[in-house]
Design a protein around this ligand. Structure first.
Ligand code: R5P
Length: 301
């Protein structure tokens, strides 16, 4: 039987105080459903509106590339420093500890390997399975200008429809084929198409010229892709320039896990993204000391 003692009438109604309402501040996401906003707030830190996503989904078309041979050894220790982990359901179920507090952005498209035409992707995960995995979002590749452009856009719009039903946001990843130029004009086209057709956030490459116009023209959060490995200071500078130009964070892979000092590198990226720390300062504070310890053969690089 329910406890019925001490049920005095409440007195703290504050009838003269208007109900508090905290607006959801993430760009373009104020009208989304509560579950969708809640998931996005797990990926984008509410205090900065930015994210450091760690991308390790490369194996879905590239196999075990350098740095991802043993995800249990190389990536799991980095998880506490990532705001989100972008990976595949196979890697999640086989290797990522369910007790990890790091939200998952689940790779949801796939099909062709690096040996075939990459734009020929299909949806590779059901939204039901994404919910079962407790994904904070799903990610789909969109090949604007690619051979299978329409099919990849259709993959995205189908996932958006399903995501709306389940409250799971969709990240559109703009994939730039070798034949296309990664300039602001192309990136504006690709990111805007994804946002217009319903992507809840968009991932794209950085360009030196006019990246701010790419960010400005995308009405939902834009995260910068890392790309091939650069010297650490250059990668930090690229991340800094992207967020200062309006990106809501980064989704970086090789520049973190292929670094000689991955733990220091993700910490440095996080300082740049969330604290607007200058790249040289982040390098000196995190990367150089770790590189020196590694060179001296000490543990805990
Ligand atoms: C794009 O194809 C995938 O999401 C990649 O796994 C991701 O973009 C790669 O990250 P990065 O280029 O920083 O290694």
């Amino acid at each position: 039987m329910a406890d019925t003692e001490n049920l005095a009438a409440g007195r703290s109604f504050h009838a003269d105080v208007a109900q508090r309402h905290e607006p959801f501040r993430l760009r373009g996401c104020g009208s989304l459903d509560w579950g969708m906003q809640s998931r996005l707030a797990r990926i984008f830190r509410p205090e900065t509106g930015r994210t450091v996503m760690l991308a390790i989904d490369h194996g879905y078309f590239l196999g075990p590339i350098t740095g991802l041979e043993r995800v249990d050894l190389s990536i799991v220790p980095l998880l506490p420093h990532a705001d989100a982990l972008m990976t595949t359901r196979g890697m999640i179920r086989s290797t990522i500890p369910p007790a990890s507090r790091t939200p998952v952005v689940l790779r949801a498209s796939g099909g062709p390997s690096i040996l075939k035409e990459l734009s020929d992707e299909q949806i590779a995960v059901s939204m039901e399975d994404a919910a079962r995995i407790n994904a904070a979002a799903v990610a789909v590749q969109v090949f604007i200008g690619g051979e299978h452009e329409t099919q990849s856009v259709r993959n995205m719009t189908r996932l958006v429809d399903q995501g709306q039903r389940y409250g799971i946001p969709v990240l559109a990843v703009t994939a730039v084929g070798k034949e296309l130029t990664r300039d602001a004009r192309y990136l504006r086209l690709a990111t805007r198409i994804c946002a217009e057709l319903g992507a809840h956030f968009v991932k794209t490459y950085y360009c030196e010229q006019d990246f701010a116009t790419v960010a400005a023209a995308c009405p939902v959060p834009l995260v910068m892709a890392g790309g091939k490995q650069l010297p650490e200071l250059d990668a930090l500078t690229m991340a800094y320039n992207a967020v200062e130009a309006g990106a809501a964070g980064v989704d970086m892979g090789r520049n973190i896990f292929q670094s000689d000092t991955p733990l220091a590198m993700i910490q440095a990226i996080s300082a740049v993204v969330h604290e607007s720390m200058k790249p040289a300062e982040a390098y000196e504070q995190y990367v150089r000391p770790a590189a020196q310890r590694a060179a001296a053969g000490q543990e805990g690089k």
